[in-house]
Design a protein. Structure first.
Length: 84
């Protein structure tokens, strides 16, 4: 019999690991998940932001970042981002 895992349990297992976050707009982030709350607001460190533009993908290195859970469309545990 398969075990059931809740969504927040999966995110909790990703703390300290790389994660790829796809936002509802044209932005994506990769970094190490440091923590999150019940609204899936996330704190990432060693962050790279990827913005999709008409000229291609623009990459920006950021330090530590807080992402608003309302704007997150998809989480990819262990994901390396759009350029991987």
């Amino acid at each position: 019999m398969a075990s059931t895992i809740l969504p927040l349990e999966l995110v909790d297992r990703c703390i300290g690991s790389p994660i790829w976050v796809v936002m509802k707009n044209e932005r994506e982030f990769t970094g190490t998940l440091m923590g999150f709350d019940d609204y899936v607001n996330m704190v990432l460190k060693d962050v790279k932001e990827y913005e999709v533009t008409a000229q291609g993908i623009v990459e920006t290195a950021l330090g530590q970042t807080l992402l608003n859970g309302n704007n997150i469309a998809m989480l990819v545990p262990g994901g390396k981002g759009p350029k991987a």
